[in-house]
Design a protein around this ligand. Structure first.
Ligand code: G6P
Length: 652
């Protein structure tokens, strides 16, 4: 969740570090800090609770000097956000400064040991313990810093990506990792960049080295780079070219990443079905399914696992798979599944859904399901991510980097891929007749155009947002395919506007939420033309009778729901199985405008992080660049040949 940047080279470090920190803010951002070695050998550390801008305001005009430095954005784990808990942290003698991403699980024991030896720690963090430990080893053993780092890290249990600056060696930067990604950028003319992902590096160089677990890299100003394992085995560095383009990390003229990502959806959905949906032959190409057809053919149940928005995509998939492919489906929060002794059979197929491919709970759930014999299929966005590597097979969603913390285009790309899968399975398993099959495929192929139409006609959303922006609560109601969309709409609103919002199946409203309805309560109904339309209209009537303020998301040409609602937003008519891809759009925009009107930070909502990698692992965004380093060559090839499928290397 935290972000790391480092620089060693001929240029001033400060501007590079600050620019890198700004790019990394999406990962975690309750505080930021930098350390540089100034001319004359002074170690200058500046850190501040809050955004990077608080740090730059705090530093003011008196910029840190020097051509080597490290920077960090923190998302608090050990100890609350505060200046003192911010990174970098220094050792007892102030000789080294260190930044860290990850969790040191045995930090209490290490802290006790260090305190016993007279160390005084000032922060609540596990990171400061690590800084003291390394300096203690270095001073007591007389080892050179890279060796001291190796020795110290042998004592550490947990996950870390660290970069260490040594006051006595302004010509060196040390980096190490375990279960938390770290990328070294090799610039022109003897300079090195370090990043927790490529975002702070890509503006400077496309040549990178991915550190592997338990490797310690020593970068030298003369251009030398040495990598040794913690066990002291030399490793030959391999340089890879990254494919990440700067444009995909920038706002492209939009005010916020979230807005850009909402408007990217015609493209991202197109990319997610490109090559898969083949209208001419009437086929869906899914190598990840084809390769394991026997497993899918005999599946007795599909278990879908995910968290947050990905879990909502899973709920949409439950309706899709049961209705189109007639396979029983259960959808579980990965965080619950992993701890409740679930019953998994080898006739189960598990679908794990994750934008980042790194969510700790989803990964743990996958491992558990695999241990119990299930076949696991991943649906994720980040190429080469842990989920892509640990599942048996899967499909990439190809939504491109999603920077806004509130997920938008990743959701629709997930739903589009899952829809294609359900249609494919429905056909192969004999549950869809030719006509329905072709209608669904054709409509799915056409959906990006309809998405564009919804977004092009969205100007009314802003005015509605103005009316709802002062609400304290909101209710989102839908039935059938639209129930999960109601949940997603409510999640979008609470995530970024901090308005308490709940999603409910519309019929369940009368078992509780109806008690909340009065003239102050905005109620957002999804009332598109589908099998349950009339029933939803009855639910709208019930809310109207109690004075609720109603926004109805309706099908173009609707007349009934429109009469009852205070506001309507229209989406084009389509098969009900595809409608979630359209109805979610006005909700994304509504949340965006409400959050803006309330003065909230849309892209970086408080307390949230893009990728929740607690419980041992930390985020990897390595997939933004496809690289043989994190993905063996065979898989990279299959990635391109097989329309975005991924297949785990088969064990001999
Ligand atoms: C965090 C993000 C959500 C996301 C969830 C699951 O909570 O803020 O937007 O839906 O994690 O993440 P994943 O990467 O597994 O989809």
């Amino acid at each position: 969740m935290c972000g790391i940047v480092g620089y060693l080279g001929p240029n001033p470090a400060f501007p590079i570090l600050i620019e890198g920190l700004k790019r990394l803010e999406y990962r975690g951002y309750d505080s930021a800090g930098i350390a540089t070695l100034e001319d004359g050998g002074a170690l200058r550390v500046e850190k501040k609770q809050g955004k990077v801008v608080e740090l730059t305001n705090h530093i003011g005009e008196h910029h840190p000097q020097g051509t080597v430095g490290i920077g960090h954005t923190r998302w608090a784990t050990h100890g609350p956000p505060s200046d003192v808990n911010s990174h970098p942290h220094c050792g007892a003698q102030g000789r080294i400064a260190l930044i860290h991403n990850g969790i040191i699980e045995n930090y209490e024991a290490l802290k006790e040991l260090l305190t016993h030896r007279g160390h005084k720690l000032v922060s609540d963090t596990d990171t400061e313990v690590l800084a003291h430990l390394i300096e203690e080893v270095q001073l007591r053993s007389g080892l050179d810093l890279p060796d001291a780092v190796r020795v110290a890290l042998k004592e550490v249990v947990g996950a870390y990506a660290i970069v260490v600056l040594d006051r006595e060696h302004p010509d060196r930067l040390i980096a190490a990792r375990k279960s938390s990604p770290l990328v070294i950028g090799v610039g022109e003319g003897r300079e090195f960049y370090v990043g927790s992902d490529a975002t702070p590096i890509v503006a400077h160089t496309k040549n990178v080295i991915y550190l592997d677990d338990e490797e310690v890299a020593t970068m030298h100003r003369n251009g030398d780079l040495k990598i040794r394992t913690i066990g002291d085995v030399a490793v030959t560095p391999e340089i890879h070219a990254i494919e990440l383009e700067m444009a995909s990390l920038e706002k492209g003229g939009y005010d916020h990443f979230m807005l850009k990502e909402i408007y990217e959806q015609p493209r991202s959905i197109r990319d997610s079905i490109r090559g898969r949906v083949q209208l001419q032959s009437g086929d869906v190409h899914m190598s990840g399914i084809a390769e394991y057809w026997d497993v899918w053919n005999s599946a007795q149940r599909i278990l879908i696992l995910g968290c947050g928005t990905s879990w909502h995509a899973g709920l949409v998939a439950e309706y899709l798979f049961e209705s189109l492919a007639r396979i029983p489906v259960e959808v579980e929060y990965a965080s619950e599944f992993r701890y409740r002794k679930p019953i998994v059979r080898d006739s189960d197929v598990v679908i794990a859904i994750s934008q980042s491919g790194e969510t700790a709970d989803t990964l743990a759930a996958i491992r558990l399901a695999k241990d119990q014999g299930a076949h696991v299929f991943g649906v994720c966005n980040v190429v080469g991510s842990s989920i892509a590597r640990e599942t048996h097979a899967g499909a990439y969603t190809h939504a491109g980097p999603e920077i806004g913390v509130a997920s938008t285009k990743a959701f629709t790309a997930q739903v589009a891929v899952l829809t294609a899968m359900a249609i494919h399975l429905g056909r192969k398993l004999g549950h869809l007749d030719d006509r329905t099959h072709m209608r669904l495929l054709t409509e799915l192929d056409n959906i990006p155009d309809l998405v564009k139409r919804v977004l092009d006609k969205a100007e009314a959303t802003e005015a509605i947002a103005r009316e709802f922006a002062t609400a304290d609560n909101a209710l989102y109601l839908g039935r059938g395919y639209q129930f999960p969309v109601a949940l997603e709409g409510a999640l979008k609103l609470k995530e970024i506007s901090y308005i308490h919002a709940e999603g409910y199946p519309a019929a369940e409203m009368k078992h509780g939420p109806i008690a909340l309805i009065d003239e102050n309560m905005p109620v957002i109904f999804i009332a598109t033309h589908d099998e349950v339309y009339d029933k939803v209209v009855s639910n709208i009537q019930e809310v109207k009778a109690r004075g609720g303020r109603i926004l109805a998301i309706v099908t173009e040409g609707d007349t009934h729901a429109r009469k009852l609602a205070d506001h309507v937003l229209e989406v084009p008519r389509c098969h009900e199985a595809l409608a979630p891809l359209l109805t979610v759009l006005p909700m994304q925009l509504l949340s965006y405008h409400i959050a803006l009107l309330r003065g909230c930070n849309v892209d970086q909502p408080r307390n949230l992080a893009k990728s929740v990698t607690g419980e041992g692992r930390n985020p990897v965004n390595l997939g933004w660049f496809s690289t043989p380093c994190v993905w063996d060559v065979e898989n990279v090839v299959s990635l391109h040949l097989a329309n975005g499928a991924f297949l785990a290397p088969r064990k001999p």
